[in-house]
Ligand binder design. Sequence first.
Ligand SMILES: [Mn+2]
Length: 408
Amino acid sequence: MIRIIHTADWHLGQTFYGYDRESEHRHFMRWLTDTIEERQADALLVSGDVFDVANPSAAATRLFYQFVADAKRRLPQLQIVVTAGNHDSASRLEAPQALLDAMDTHLIGTVSKTPEGEVDADRMIVKLRGKSGRTEALCMAVPYLRQGDCPDAETTSESVGRLYAEVTRRAFGQLGEGQAVVAMGHLSLTGAQLADKLVGGLEGVDAGCFDRRISYVALGHIHRAQRVGDNAAVRYAGSPIPLSFAEKDYRHSVRLVEIDNGRLTAGESIECPLLTSLISVPPQPMLPAEVLALLERLPEAAGADADNAPFLEVNVRFDEPDPFFRNSVEKAIAGKHVRLARIELARAAATPTGEPADAKAASLSPLEMFRSVFERRNGCTPSAEMERMFSAVVDEVTSGTEQDAEKS
Ligand SMILES: [Mn+2]
């Protein structure tokens, strides 16, 4: 029997509207180390986006290695497999591998090729041992795939499909009696649920690229924890902390699975406790006076841990522009137990969506474009007087250009 904890999308080192999130990440990692020990996990799979950027800060890097060291000290038998996500630098992630070999920690960032130019599938297959010390599972540790990782394919989907097919073939070729295959991936699957929509066919990879014989597919990339499609073994772990306001209403968790004698025998999501919350006031945009009245009612900071105060998003719509609104907000929340992250302006008029912004911009007259920019900046439409002044300027400029053209 083997017990595996699957997580992804840590985004260590993230800066959130100018605030750093180190204490939240530290809190998560402490909890994760406790959980691994409590649940007596044998392996930890981290399916990409360990770091938020390709060149993480010293603090973010230290956090990661401190976690590996702490986890291994608490559970010397623990095996850790980390693959790169699209946010990680594939080569930088795996650079310390020689040191980590001694700690049973595998960092897989790149897809390497054999001297014959074939994908080196074996390098991505990690043996996972169970409680008894025998190999219980072969882990296909496939990182985020980039163009060129599978050069002959015409689409991303085809490239991903071929690469998984090859690694799957190699894994099952080596599979011993009573062993299972698990897979890792960092990609968007068609049909996965984003905050406000489903991943569509063109942007996503079909879940069919995972062979049905694979006992568990540990995915990263989509920050909402979920299973995808009709295969209960294909899962996104989701991010352990909300990384944007779109993620504030999810439950953040890690997934614990048990594999026994080559079969998935149990699965459970374990919710991650959050140190800091994200709040939106009001949940839907309101007029400035109403918004300010609500902000006044927020709890006072008095004695609370200011460093971990909730991040605040303010939703507002304007009848007329108010360049001092931010000041009013800052005044209203002075001494409150929140940290202002952003002020979100609602569009005054519903603009047609679905058309790419560039195509739309190209078909707009200068006045329409002015209206659209004005609305975006100020949350309301320009007055008739402003439109008249803008048109006057446009007329002046264009008639000037025509005169210039006549001269040349
Ligand atoms: Mn991510």
